[in-house]
Design a protein around this ligand. Sequence first.
Ligand SMILES: [Zn+2]
Length: 218
Amino acid sequence: MARKATALPFDKITSASPESLGLLMLEADLHAARLDHRARLAAVSAALADGAATARGLRERFPGLPAHEIARELQVPVLAIDDDPLVGSIWRFAEYRPRPPRIMLYTRGLAALEQALVDGLAARLLGRATTQDVFVAHELYHHAETIRSEAPIARRYQATLLQIGKWRWRTGIATLAEIAAGSFAQSLLDLPCHPKVLDYFVPVVREFQTRSETAFSS
Ligand SMILES: [Zn+2]
């Protein structure tokens, strides 16, 4: 899961429903912009439902297990790496790599997020889960999607890029997998919010990073 900052008032974000957050995410997706409002609503509901159903399936198989232990049971190593979390304008917390399957956690990215979740915010946004639980769970959805036989959620809704006569050039919508992965984490870990809310801390996280780098170099 890589993160780009998006501006929105904070209180609106924390009280937004998963559906509203999903729609906001689709608005930022270049290809989803080609879908009409009804299709976007349907795509968001399908992505949220797929994430929740996938989580229920794994929860039934592994009752009570934390996310990283479910990953271990599925033979997906969780590796903590110390790389710079910032690549271009993207702040990285975690990512799934399929060959061989593994989950990378950017420890510096996550530590900065934890610093930003002050004044009871962590409990309000994450309940009893830790940031690591949330990101491991999110990436587990990408793993579950990779190994199952059904079409990925990103391909179930397609936008037409170009139409010439009967010929259509269509594309999937990658953001749907992110909406589903968030819904998966919310359902698996019983989170109070869809973890998309954490993205809105990226500007705060980057501010912390800049300040600590300044302190370090002075
Ligand atoms: Zn993701």
